[in-house]
Design a protein around this ligand. Structure first.
Ligand code: XIL
Length: 403
């Protein structure tokens, strides 16, 4: 037998033995192994094997894809406050989904990331509610009913508020309980998510109940509590839109201020919910400027939106997400997606000393929160798309980290 055919057959057999079902000739985790970890967000169906919106066959395929291609996982929803701590108090935790997620990662030798401890969204109302509200006519108290609504879809709490001390106490209990439970297992945490204000305005921080009730030091406190709970965990500040220079400037201000206060922030999480107009140049510029802050960069939620209406911006606001995936795909969708991914990965590879981990926000298009925008490397059937080949080709052009 011709040696090439023999090697190909051998590789095919090994892949089959490993449970490969996607038809991809290679795996991202292997090809990138000397550069950075390659991960995916996983949902509860994948980690428990029980189905939700997918047939049992589809779910089995989704799971096979995750195991075949990725060596890192992030929980798409199961570690968010709303799901892991839906009710007040020590009895109010629900660890079913989170435990399944962590066990799935450990039993498959994956690097496990926790997402997320403090966020304005997907946080239940009780967190912000005052248990013993003082009279509303005392002007100086923070416990008066709020006037604003927050969160666009989640976190619309508008009643009498907790005091600063009460909210800090709840934050501390939550972070200590969750981080300690997975100490040594979850290696890296998104401690604070999306605290920076959008746009070029002068506000550094987004308006949220965390900010209004506690004040800007809610961020530092969250990092301190997480560090107390697991001194070895890599603690990330995570946000979206960091490809935008104005937002990046605010990121630099925030990170420098945290560093000046010796707050234990160990990595920058850049979500990278981008669209097909993203170029190598823009991503390169973003990474160059972020790397100057001296922290490792984790790309935490990568997807590349192909929907026509997703081309206006690179926001990840949950309320804006549905609108951003309307209007059909841009023409030549597969080709444009492959080009965009090639440029994006060329930039990641160029910055491979700083970029230590790249997580896709979903394993395939069917599971994506932006399913209409077909933003991932695998289609709804877990078949590799041209963008997959483009990403693999970029890896092969670039030497490994440190070489
Ligand atoms: C999204 C999930 O993908 C959806 O399933 C959920 O309905 C809303 O949240 N930024 C984040 C992620 O940090 O947690 C969000 O995930 C996407 C935007």
């Amino acid at each position: 037998m011709n040696p090439f055919v023999r090697i190909t057959l051998l590789a095919a057999t090994l892949l089959l033995a490993a449970g490969v079902s996607t038809g991809a000739a290679e795996s991202l985790k292997e090809v990138f192994k000397d550069r950075f970890l390659v991960g995916t967000a996983v949902n509860r169906s994948m980690v428990t094997g029980t189905r939700f919106r997918r047939s049992p066959e589809q779910n089995a395929k989704d799971i096979a894809l995750v195991k075949e291609q990725f060596n890192q996982i992030s929980p798409e929803n199961d570690l968010k406050w709303q799901l892991i701590h839906p009710r007040e108090g020590a009895e109010g935790y629900d660890f079913v989904g989170a435990d399944a997620f962590v066990n799935f990662g450990l039993s498959n030798n994956m690097y496990v990331v926790g997402h997320t401890l403090v966020w304005h969204s997907q946080t239940p109302n009780w967190v912000f509610a005052g248990t013993n509200p003082p009279p509303a006519n005392i002007a100086s108290n923070t416990n008066a009913p709020g006037t604003n609504r927050f969160g666009g879809g989640f976190g619309r709490y508008n009643g009498p508020r907790a005091s600063r001390d009460e909210l800090l106490q709840r934050m501390r209990d939550h972070i200590h309980t969750v981080v300690r439970r997975y100490k040594g297992k979850v290696k890296s945490w998104d401690v604070v998510n999306e605290a920076i204000a959008d746009g070029a305005g002068t506000n550094l921080l987004r308006n949220s109940l965390w900010l209004e009730i506690i004040g800007p030091d809610f961020i530092a406190k969250a990092f301190q509590y997480a560090h107390e709970a697991d001194p070895d965990a890599i603690l990330r500040y995570n946000d979206y839109g960091l490809e935008n220079p104005a937002k990046r400037k605010k990121l630099a201000t925030l990170i420098k201020s945290l560093q000046a206060q010796n707050v234990p922030v160990h990595a920058i999480g850049s979500q990278a919910h981008v669209n097909v107009s993203m170029t190598f140049e823009t991503m390169d510029q973003a990474l160059t400027e972020m790397a100057v802050l001296g922290l490792p960069i984790h790309i935490t939620e990568l997807d590349v939106n192909s929907a026509a209406s997703g081309q206006r911006g690179v926001g990840a606001d949950i309320s804006a997400n549905a609108a951003a995936t309307q209007g059909g795909l841009v023409s030549d969708a597969d080709k444009k997606l492959a080009e965009a991914y090639a440029g994006i990965f060329r930039a990641f590879l160029k910055h491979r000393t700083a970029v230590q981990l790249v997580t896709f926000w979903g394993a395939n298009d069917a599971n994506s929160w932006r399913a209409n925008g077909k933003p991932l490397l695998f289609d709804g059937d877990s078949k590799p798309k041209p963008a997959f080949d483009a990403v693999i080709a970029e890896a092969k052009k670039t030497p490994a980290r440190g070489l």
